[in-house]
Design a protein around this ligand. Structure first.
Ligand SMILES: Cc1cc2nc3c(=O)[nH]c(=O)nc-3n(C[C@H](O)[C@H](O)[C@H](O)COP(=O)(O)OP(=O)(O)OC[C@H]3O[C@@H](n4cnc5c(N)ncnc54)[C@H](O)[C@@H]3O)c2cc1C
Length: 385
């Protein structure tokens, strides 16, 4: 399949693949088993300029965009989705700054994110506010010189490891989602600490943690965008980042497909490799077709974003939903092709199936995103009337 990538994008993709195969592959099972944060690999990615790919040159980036980021995420996820999400979550933490930060904020934080010197994270979810993100309770009360944050964020990727956090909090409680604002909070800010570290089904080497704010004073220059626009900006930033989850899903599905083809070629039953059985061939053919379709949708959504289009909610949601459903289906079928050993931890395929599930859940569950796609369809129909 021809993806019409630029020379720079091809170079980025092949470099990410090389790092994944040489540096991540030998340690992925151990990292998963120990639930150990992949700091050594983060450093390798930083040294290879991977954190720079989506940022503009004036902030020490390489001047690429969403597609460049997706290519790296896909290649990392082909080998290990936990590393891919660690990398992608830092980009998500930096995205809001890039889109809505002041020049001063961008100059202060983006070069460090580009160098991979400091990881970033994005904190919206709370115990009582998941899909219903407008129900957040964390408050940010205005005081002289800044805002005092109080509340607890749940399930934050890179929590405890990142040094720069974009946090959504209510500056006007009475206004619900319209009273939310975004803040940059640095790791060592007094009143900011880390709570429960989650023990997960998959992506176990990534960190998922609570953020706790207790009378945490954040200077007013750390507000991103205007007061009260936190929720609207969040929806836009998530539209930009969802193709990244799609890319994570595509990488996973690609890795599982390759492993299944290899295994089907090697495994002998009834005196022949199982790949000679038509039932297996058809499974592999369907898996390969679905992976290509998912990849094309993810790349198309990313290109729409990079084109400077005003709105891309639908494209972005479709890419994430389709690719993550594909990853779940393809990794499950790959386990089936491996038979009994596919269920054992000695082979990488059960990890891929465990890792795939989360892509249907975070950054908007697939049900919620189907609501968003349907809502766009209804709006389009109303415009035709
Ligand atoms: C590993 C991991 C990492 C995460 N990382 C981050 C992060 O870095 N930052 C962050 O802010 N958050 C993060 N999250 C949170 C994640 O985005 C939420 O878990 C997700 O949005 C779903 O919210 P919930 O878990 O509260 O599920 P709920 O909202 O309680 O949903 C439960 C079920 O109800 C369904 N449902 C709810 N409302 C509707 C509806 N209106 N229509 C149809 N179905 C509906 C859901 O689809 C789901 O099946 C992470 C979560 C996990 C598990």
């Amino acid at each position: 399949m021809e993806y019409f990538l630029t020379e720079q994008q091809k170079t980025i993709k092949s470099l990410a693949r090389r790092i994944a195969e040489e540096r991540i592959l030998p340690v992925r099972a151990a990292l998963d088993e120990a639930e150990e944060f992949p700091w050594d690999i983060v450093k390798d990615l930083a040294n290879a300029d991977m954190f720079r790919v989506f940022l503009p040159e004036e902030y020490e980036g390489l001047g690429g965009g969403c597609l460049d980021l997706c290519l790296v995420v896909e290649e990392l996820s082909r080998i290990c989705s936990a590393v891919a999400v660690t990398y992608a979550a830092s980009a998500l933490g930096g995205l809001r700054l890039l889109e809505y930060g002041t020049e001063e904020q961008k100059r202060k934080y983006l070069p460090d994110i580009a160098r991979g010197k400091r990881l970033a994270a994005f904190a919206l979810t709370e115990a009582t506010a998941g899909s219903d993100a407008g129900a957040i309770k964390t408050t940010a009360n205005r005081v002289k010189g800044g805002y005092i944050l109080n509340g607890t964020k749940q399930f934050i990727t890179n929590g405890g490891e990142a040094e720069i956090y974009t946090v959504i909090a209510l500056t006007n409680k009475g206004r619900g989602a319209r009273g939310a604002s975004a803040f940059l909070v640095e790791k060592d800010t007094p009143g900011f600490s880390f709570g429960r570290k989650e023990k997960k089904m998959g992506i176990r080497a990534s960190s998922t943690r609570e953020l706790v704010f207790e009378d945490c004073l954040v200077p007013e220059e750390n507000m991103i965008g205007r007061e009260g626009t936190g929720f609207i900006m969040t929806m836009r930033v998530l539209d930009c980042s969802r193709p990244g989850v799609g890319a994570q899903a595509v990488g996973l599905a690609q890795g599982a497909l390759e492993a299944a083809v290899d295994y089907a070629q090697q495994r002998i039953q009834f005196e022949h490799p199982i790949i000679s059985i038509q039932a297996i061939q058809h499974m592999l053919a369907d898996m390969a077709t679905q992976v290509e379709a998912a990849r094309l949708l993810v790349y198309a959504a990313a290109r729409t974003i990079d084109s400077g289009a005003k709105s891309f909610t639908e494209e972005s949601a479709m890419a994430k939903v389709f690719a993550s459903d594909t990853a779940m289906r393809v990794t499950t079928d790959a386990v089936q092709i491996f038979g009994g050993v596919g269920y054992m931890r000695d082979y990488p395929i059960e990890k891929m199936m465990r890792d795939a599930k989360i892509t249907q859940i975070y950054e908007g569950t697939n049900q919620v995103l189907r609501n968003a796609i349907a809502s766009e369809l209804r709006k389009r129909r109303a415009r035709r009337e």
